[in-house]
Design a protein around this ligand. Structure first.
Ligand SMILES: [Fe+2]
Ligand SMILES: [Fe+2]
Length: 219
């Protein structure tokens, strides 16, 4: 993974995403993306990405919740419970990563003085996240691979949207990245590199979910 956060490395990763086809999204993912497009319009905007990030955290929270229940039921076999705990830590790291995305986007929206509709940008995303949490939770309880597949669709969509967002906005290349979260998330010369890095995070989240599906298949 070294070198990926250099400006050249990030540009290569952006090209790789743009050149690769999107996943064939499942029904639930298509309904979600369709709803987002209907409510927030087809244009890629910071406010719309914020909605994505509010939703993005919740599958990891749902999996963490189920994993804690599993640990309560299995701690008599500490080595097994420990493996579950390793999974919890991984989920938590991804959740934290999505949290930084959200805070950085919110900071950008405020800095640019973008006016947002309170209902569409504050209330509705919370309802959608609440619903999505329960869908992810239920799928996970029924068959973990279903929940991972939905998340892989979600992350794939986010990856492609961020990389395309940078391509559609050449002005980002010269817009400097100022943030109070640089120490937490990383320092990037401009907004274009910031979004390339976020897009790359989404790809890594997708790959982690796909790896989990493969593990489930062979275990
Ligand atoms: Fe994200
Ligand atoms: Fe993500």
């Amino acid at each position: 993974m070294r070198g990926l956060t250099t400006p050249e490395g990030l540009k290569e990763e952006q090209q790789r995403t743009i050149a690769s086809p999107r996943r064939r999204y499942g029904l639930l993912a298509r309904v979600l993306f369709g709803t987002l497009e209907l409510l927030y319009g087809p244009r890629k905007t910071l406010s719309k990405f914020k909605v994505l990030e509010v939703i993005a955290r919740v599958p990891y929270q749902a999996w963490e919740h189920v994993a804690y229940i599993a640990m309560t039921h299995t701690y008599k076999t500490p080595s097994f419970a420990r493996r579950v705990f390793e999974f919890v830590k991984e989920s938590r790291a991804q959740q934290d990563n999505e949290q930084w995305h959200l805070l950085i986007l919110e900071e950008l929206v405020q800095r640019k003085g973008i006016r947002e509709n309170f209902f569409l940008c504050r209330i509705l995303p919370q309802f959608m996240a609440f619903f999505y949490y329960h869908v992810s939770w239920l799928l996970y309880v029924m068959k973990p691979a279903w929940s991972y597949a939905l998340n892989a669709d979600f992350e794939d969509h986010a990856e492609h949207e961020y990389m395309a967002f940078v391509k559609e906005n050449p002005a980002f290349e010269t817009e400097s990245f100022e943030s109070e979260f640089k120490a937490d998330y990383g320092s990037y010369e401009n907004i274009a590199d910031l979004f390339r890095r976020i897009g790359l995070d989404e790809r890594l989240h997708k790959e982690e979910s796909l790896a989990r599906i493969a593990q489930a298949r062979f275990s």
